[in-house]
Design a protein around this ligand. Structure first.
Ligand SMILES: Nc1nc2c(ncn2[C@@H]2O[C@H](COP(=O)(O)OP(=O)(O)OP(=O)(O)O)[C@@H](O)[C@H]2O)c(=O)[nH]1
Length: 326
């Protein structure tokens, strides 16, 4: 069964299991993407080269990276030829199928956090300033607390003024401990103290904030290496996750950032924040294409529970709702 039919079966209709957070959070993207494709279908009586060129542009404008767009459009062309389709109105199903089959095909990648059942689970949060790292840490902690886990946070961003206090305020609100040092101090020593404390208190998860920017890339790389070494000394399998936080509204810039970070450290998952703030929801596809690292969480709003585990079907549905309803 194609994605289109599967989504129709499980997410549309009376017994729909659609996630309202995705629908609301991707509203801007859906309005832009679906209406452009529907408008394109209305303008063309027959599918021809110009139609495909315009389709390519719409996909590129939606931040589905250029390589991915080429692959998707090639696949659509093949299918259109195979099925001998002429009318652009009949193409929506194929667009959705191809876009997402391509995403899912080589993606046995789990979106689940790799919790350690034997030891403390350490999560390193990395990303540039302003990406939404601090709020994401709070939202993740909130999610884990709801799942019955015990959580502690480490204020490892000693570089940005105010970062420690910001995390501390969140920790107080959530009723969890925040291990911190002095502004300008050694981030690795904060993480070391936090590891000791988390072990003493036998908590399940330690989420560590890190600086989004140091004087230069080499410093940042050295700092992350040092943190990794220190973590491994206390938790040999740690950090079980290194999550890179990317602001989805920064589009292709965000993709480049992810590429840069992937050169300096091993990233196990991505968090795309502020998906609700962009009309270009295709960044999920583009980043997958560029890095092949799973998107594990998406930020769909400012509320605590607006951080959601990434779910391909819900994402497709949210992005293409307007096409499915046609
Ligand atoms: N609409 C929306 N806003 C978000 C989302 N995630 C974060 N934000 C907002 O983005 C702003 C920046 O987030 P912060 O967490 O403070 O930024 P930061 O990345 O922690 O900055 P650093 O600690 O320097 O990395 C805040 O106003 C957040 O409320 C989201 O998914 N949707």
């Amino acid at each position: 069964m194609g994605f289109f039919s599967k989504i129709k079966e499980t997410l549309v209709g009376k017994s729909a299991k659609q996630n309202d957070k995705y629908v609301a959070g991707l509203d801007k993207s859906n309005t832009s993407f679906s209406s452009k494709i529907n408008e394109l279908a209305a303008r063309y009586r027959e599918i021809d080269d110009d139609y495909f060129e315009e389709l390519e542009n719409i996909l590129i404008m939606s931040d589905v990276g250029v390589n991915m767009v080429m692959t998707i459009v090639d696949e659509i062309k093949k299918e259109v030829r195979l099925q001998n389709i002429r009318d652009p109105k009949e193409i929506n199903e194929i667009i959705i199928d191809k876009m997402f089959v391509i995403y899912a095909n080589d993606s046995y990648m789990t979106t689940k956090i790799n919790y350690d059942s034997e030891d403390l689970t350490v999560i390193l949060m990395i990303g540039v300033n302003g990406a939404g790292k601090t709020t994401t840490i709070a939202k993740l902690a909130h999610m884990m607390l709801n799942e019955g886990k015990t959580v502690m946070v480490a204020a490892g961003d000693t570089f940005r003024a105010g970062a420690i206090d910001q995390l501390d305020v969140w920790a107080k609100r959530l009723g969890i401990e925040c291990v911190k040092g002095k502004e300008g101090g050694d981030p690795s020593s904060v993480v070391f103290d936090a590891l000791k404390r988390a072990k003493e208190k036998n908590v399940d998860v330690l989420i560590c904030d890190t600086a989004g920017r140091l004087q230069n890339k080499v410093n940042l790389m050295n700092e992350l290496e040092k943190m990794n070494r220190i973590i491994k000394r206390v938790v040999p399998q740690g950090p079980q996750e290194t999550l890179l936080v990317i602001d989805a509204t920064t589009g292709q810039n965000g993709v480049s950032q992810a590429q840069e970070f992937s050169k300096i450290t091993n990233i196990t998952g991505l968090v795309l924040t502020k998906m609700d703030g962009t009309a270009k929801g295709g960044i999920v596809l583009s980043i997958k294409d560029a890095l092949n690292i799973p998107v594990k969480f998406v930020g769909l709003g400012e509320q605590m529970d607006d951080l959601q585990e990434f779910d391909l079907e819900q994402y497709i549905y949210g992005l293409c709702k307007g096409l499915l309803e046609k």
